[in-house]
Design a protein around this ligand. Structure first.
Ligand code: SF4
Length: 739
């Protein structure tokens, strides 16, 4: 090929890469040199394509960034590099200088992204209007450029490379640019310059305006199936079974594909769940998401250290296991809650060590270095370099900025070792023999086109800003086409419905044939172990336990072990009085109250138990006065009594016993009281209940008590889910046990 620009136009999967590969191989076989320019995540794929054709010398894979870097290096015009986090830090500093402290990392990132776009399209701050948010961007852009001084950000490399002399050594015989969705005007201008000296093959799906194609390719027919599954769980299980079968050797009934011949595309939020299942299915799935420093093992520890609301999980990550486990069990988060927990559990030493570790000293860098040492982080420099940037911008509160830099800046992609599970944008420019696409439903795969915050669409039509691309270009259909053509065989899976209702598919599919089980759990017989329900033991149940038995027998069983939690309105304070009696007279608050109520307390028996046929009556307080009996419902301070026959049986049953003369000594009348702790006793009604009187609530209680006794005699304390579960203190333990 002679020097020149050879634009190659074709839709996704039309064979652009194959054609470029053929030209590159021809050059390589003639001992020529090829530079292949693409995105960093496409490198392993391209090298693998070449690897299948044999071993070659003379091939170099570069990103545009690396290409510009090389041009400037050859021309001797390199400057200190300002990486992405440094750029955000400088923008933060510019914002602070212009608008005062209180700049958040997210705000700085928003400005940094807008500045990067302007620079990518060769626009200076003076191209921006002076008013409104665009004017604010203009001022920040100017201040950023001033602060940057001699260092070069990624877009400066692009800009300077336009003017640098092209002294390429060693000179390539072919430059291929492939795998990009579009090239900007500066990149195109540079390629045109380069094309004066070497042939440049530029493969694109959409050519920039004014560029005529050298060759146009048509789409190739691919094998494509759309499969519908009932819900996302079924969909994921089907995918994993299909992958297992695809990778299994042929003599075991599989298809014998190699891991690099298969790829999976899934929305980013579903990838974590799939990876969790890889152990169960024994699949070599590989996380294809972009990773930040915070996603590494060391990064997770540093993130736990910097957490603004530390949780039990953070404590565990940092090695404070006793406090961490307790906090996790109780679901506690935040310094105050953890401190209180440590005090309650006697773990102050652990809490102190944790607080000391996460509190920066007067020299934050020295503190961070020591903390990283304590956390066992071996490669400290990447963390410290970001802290230096955070100290520059963060003023008095650099930790939030440090955290942000660890979370945001992407690491270079790793080399694939298994079946990649890729988010949609990472799947561009990468293909395999077989591709599975998950969640093929409307709205899931999108480029998220929308108005820009600073430069609205109409601004992008005016003056120099017309160089910027429009934000609303309707490129989604092309993107769908790209996602749906990532393999020679493509399986597009979608769930018919999920937690939020029906999902409209991108295209209707058929229900797949069931696949054989692919994990040990699936292959085992489908009879999960279910522990038997507990049985009612010996002894008499209280009448209240029988009442609650009708709602949920299993809860009654659990309440045996947690009696305090089971109390609906326990008489807190009264038990102390029952224990200590007049010993509380000296208490400054209780003493005067006791003296005031001597008439009621005189002869009172606390927490009396009457054993009856089949049940017990546990009365809070009983006092006898001649032929009158006083029954007391003792409540915690400020509580209101519950007398409804559907919610309280004890006192009504006791009254029945007393008034029907089932005791040896004759009782003529019964007084019913409710008495909150440190409050006044309140009678149920003014006149007492008299012998022979009909008690209405018993009409409700009697049949229900018979029913409850029959249930108790049956003995199985199984769960009975219902509306009462909302007020159950056992946090669905019955359901968890059953899973
Ligand atoms: S959650 Fe419902 S079914 Fe489970 S123990 Fe509590 S009340 Fe019973």
């Amino acid at each position: 090929m002679k020097p020149g620009l050879y634009p190659l136009l074709g839709p996704p999967a039309s064979g652009k890469t194959r054609l470029a590969l053929a030209h590159a191989l021809e050059v390589l076989r003639g001992r020529g040199r090829v530079w292949w320019v693409g995105l960093p995540h496409q490198r392993p794929y391209v090298l693998e394509l070449f690897g299948r054709e044999g071993a070659f010398l003379g091939l170099e894979y570069l990103s545009f960034q690396a290409l510009y870097y090389r041009v400037l290096a050859e021309a001797g015009r390199l400057g200190p590099l300002l990486p992405g986090a440094g750029r955000v830090a400088l923008v933060g500093e510019a914002l602070r200088g212009l608008y005062g402290p209180g700049v958040a990392p997210g705000e700085a990132r928003l400005f940094a992204r807008a500045i990067a776009e302007l620079k990518r399209f060769g626009l200076s701050p003076f191209a921006l209007p002076k008013d409104g948010e665009a004017g604010r961007l203009r001022r920040v852009y100017l201040a950023y450029e001033r602060l940057k001084r001699g260092s070069l950000d990624y877009d400066d490399f692009r800009r300077y490379a336009q003017r640098a002399p092209l002294r390429l050594f060693p000179k390539p015989h072919l430059v291929v640019v492939d795998g990009l969705r579009e090239v900007g005007p500066l990149d195109l201008a540079f390629l045109r310059r380069l094309a004066r000296e070497v042939p440049v093959l530029l493969a694109l799906e959409v050519l920039p305006p004014g560029l005529e194609p050298w060759e146009t390719l048509s789409p190739r027919p691919l094998k494509r199936e759309v499969l519908r599954l009932a819900n996302p769980v079924e969909e994921a299980r089907h995918l994993l079974r299909a992958l297992k079968r695809a990778l299994a050797p042929k003599d075991l009934g599989g298809e014998g594909l190699a891991p690099e011949e298969v790829l999976v595309v899934a929305p980013e939020e579903r990838i974590g769940g799939l990876l969790l299942l890889k152990e169960e299915y024994g699949l070599p799935l590989e996380d294809g998401r972009e990773r930040a420093l915070a996603d590494t093992e060391d990064g997770e520890k540093v993130l736990a250290l910097l957490s603004p609301f530390p949780t039990g999980r953070d404590l565990l990550a940092l090695g404070f296991s006793a406090l961490g486990r307790r906090a996790l069990r109780l679901g506690l988060a935040g310094e105050e809650a953890l401190k209180a927990l440590a005090q309650r559990e006697g773990l102050q030493a652990e809490w102190e060590a944790f607080s000391t570790l996460r509190t920066p000293g007067p020299d934050p860098l020295a503190w961070a270095e020591e903390a990283l040492e304590r956390l066992g982080v071996s490669a400290k420099e990447p963390f410290l370099s970001r802290l230096r940037l955070a100290l520059r911008v963060g003023g008095g509160a650099p930790l939030a900025w440090w955290r942000s830099f660890l979370l945001d800046e992407a690491l270079p992609p790793g080399v694939g070792r298994g079946v990649p599970v890729l988010p949609p944008l990472r799947a561009t420019g990468v293909r395999a023999r077989r591709a599975y696409v998950l969640d093929w439903v409307a709205g899931r795969y999108t480029l998220g086109e929308g108005e820009d915050y600073f430069l609205l669409e109409e601004l992008r039509e005016r003056g120099l800003l017309a160089r910027l691309p429009r934000r609303l270009r309707g490129l989604d259909p092309l993107f769908w086409e790209e996602v749906a053509t990532r393999g020679e065989e493509v399986y597009l899976l979608y769930p018919e419905a999920g937690p939020s209702g029906l999902y409209p598919p991108m295209e209707a599919g058929k229900r797949p044939d069931p696949l054989p089980p692919a994990s040990r759990l699936e292959a085992l017989p489908h009879a999960p172990f279910r522990p038997p329900w507990p049985r009612a033991g010996g002894g008499l149940p209280s009448v209240e336990a029988l009442r609650r038995l009708l709602e949920c027998p299993f809860r009654v069983y659990l309440e045996r072990f947690f009696p305090r939690e089971a109390e609906e309105d326990g008489a807190l304070g009264w038990d102390a009085l029952a224990r200590e009696g007049n010993g509380l007279l000296d208490h400054p608050e209780v003493g005067p109250w006791l003296e005031r109520h001597q008439a009621h307390l005189e002869g009172m028996r606390f927490f009396v138990v009457w054993e009856r046929q089949g049940y017990r009556l546990c009365l809070d307080g009983v006092r006898r006065e001649g032929k009158a009996v006083h029954l007391y419902r003792l409540l915690s301070a400020g509580a209101a009594p519950e007398w409804d026959a559907r919610k309280r049986w004890t006192e009504w049953k006791a009254m029945e016993e007393l008034l029907e003369g089932r005791f040896t000594s004759k009782v003529e009348e019964v007084h019913l009281w409710a008495w909150p702790w440190l409050g006044e006793p309140v009678p149920y009604r003014k006149c007492p209940f008299r012998r022979g009187e009909r008690l209405g609530p018993l009409e409700v209680i009697r049949p229900r008590l018979e029913e409850a006794l029959a249930l108790w005699r049956e003995g199985v304390l199984s769960s009975r889910p219902g509306g009462h579960c909302h007020a159950c203190t056992f946090q669905d333990v019955c359901r968890k046990e059953g899973e």
